[in-house]
Design a protein. Sequence first.
Length: 178
Amino acid sequence: MKHLFVFITTLLLTTSVSALTLSGNYALTKGSLNYHVHYIVKHVQGKSTNVKGKGICKKAKCSFIVAAPIKSFVSKDSNRDVKMQTVTKAAQYPMVVVRVSSESTLNVNQTFNAQIKFAGVTKEYKNITLKAMGTNKAFSITGILKIKLSDFKIERPTLLAIAINDELPIDINLMFSR
């Protein structure tokens, strides 16, 4: 599930309060991804700060990639973390990877498309809006990416014979710099 975080990742493409033109190479200098799982009576959150990424912007186009190891997502229950790694096939597909392309001119509320590879399945998400602030030298991207476990053919775990929600919101908090 943690995947999404990665999704996370993708976040990379929003920018500052007014339109911002990005150019050059960027590295993810700091980031975190938080996933949220909802049962009928329970809410679980897991977090990864082991997020890596980079991007390049040239000739009016930007391409970013963000990734996190599935095993780097931790909740407050190590048994749950091991079960999630099993359900998400972390041994076979250890990373969640997000690729994003956009125009190099970005706005505070930027809409973009992302390709997420998680649990061995690649899924396209369109019209994702994230918030960005900063300059063309350093900027942050924050927001929520909503994915579905069923999009990645992940069997939803159950609690008392009731499956967790299919929707898996991922909080994204990334900082890029040149």
